[in-house]
Design a protein around this ligand. Sequence first.
Ligand SMILES: Cc1cc2nc3c(=O)[nH]c(=O)nc-3n(C[C@H](O)[C@H](O)[C@H](O)COP(=O)(O)O)c2cc1C
Length: 451
Amino acid sequence: MAKNKRRFDYENLSELRQEIKRKSYSLPLCDDVDLLSEQVEVGGKVIPNSLCLNPMEGHDADANGGPSALTFRRYRRYAEGGAGIIWLEATAVTEKGKSHPGQLCLSEESVPGFAQLNREIKKAARKYHGDGDGPLTVLQLTHAGRNSAPEGEVEPVIAKHSELLDEEFDIAPDYPVVSDEDLAKIKRDFINAAELAARAGFDAVDVKACHGSLIHELLFSYENSSSKYRGPVENRIQLLKGVISEVKSKKPGMILACRLSVYDDVPYPDGWGVSKSVDVSPDLTDPIRLLEELREGGLEILNVALGNPFYDSFLEQPFDRSLAGQELPDRDPLEAISTNFDVTAEIGEEFPGLLKVGGGISWLREFFPNGAAAFMKEGAIDVMGAARLALANPSFAREILTDDGLNEENLCIACDACSQMMSDGVEAGCLIRDGEMYGPVYRKGRKIREQ
Ligand SMILES: Cc1cc2nc3c(=O)[nH]c(=O)nc-3n(C[C@H](O)[C@H](O)[C@H](O)COP(=O)(O)O)c2cc1C
């Protein structure tokens, strides 16, 4: 029988604990969730609590790549919800690196809109934080790489050929890989975008190196040693290292963050942080070396990511319903969260002084705070991020910190309708808990895809 036939139906923490024990998973759960209200310091700034809105694209940018009315709505709700970090979604550093025509994109034209968004977030957050320390705002910068689709049709920019990933994108064996010259230009695009983010007033920028983005793909471009950015590990990590250290020297007041995949769960040579033997067990040697070097270059926050969604989205984002036309994987969500915990804890042990943000546990529903506190208590992370939970309930932090816990009426049910909307090419939101706004969008997306 498939291991994932049992959907989430735990009445209480003790039932969930029993299941974890029965399956011999390592995932701990804490009764005491007070840790989540602790302040954290980074780069001379105080983060008012240990909860973070993790980044989620909404695909609702205006024609310039700046935030639209719908983008403002999303972030106003998140900011009012009280999370200590508002980690804004993947924002392209160049038009050609957008994964969708509606993806946010930083440029001279769009920067005033981003500045306005940052101000609105800080203002809306005062509803919860009052005159105390407000949330840290982090803007995620990205180049979508093989998933680039600035006009809607995929126009892949690939760092390497990959048997597993090329098939997914229908990429022919003779399709050109991005040249060193273009990579040097893309590096400059990241640095320019970070400068624009500083101008817009964000506290921090995140150089995205996960989820199959171009920088992530370079990290596992083991082949092609004639390229400056591929082959041995020092080449593969060079572009990311260069962006971090150059932004730090140009903008010393800017806090540098990286959402980094630490373990891809994709077989070598198509994955990073994986063993080179036949299985796909984690081998964190390269990610640890990279993080050591990024630390020297000025990295202050790590947001831990896992997996490559073009091969496996389940590890980081376990779900109970799959995308239309796809089979529900024969995997146990609790096993995925337990692996997340093991890998994150290993990183946590290596980097006690680095501010680490976790994620991927929205599937735990009302037990999210118990899982989050356990990750923190074990030293794996300092702050827990929520993505789908926040989409369903932008006030998740306020409810955890000041109410009697999460309102069960507003939980994410891991139905993956938000991912379906992304995949169908329409704006992404929560179908279940924000249905009035996103129900028509969801149905539009399904209709477009089915035609
Ligand atoms: C609709 C949607 C959009 C997302 N967009 C981004 C993004 O822009 N950047 C990013 O790093 N991760 C993105 N993610 C991944 C989430 O940040 C998060 O890692 C994932 O949903 C698992 O965490 P959760 O269990 O709290 O939902 C997205 C996820 C969803 C569902």
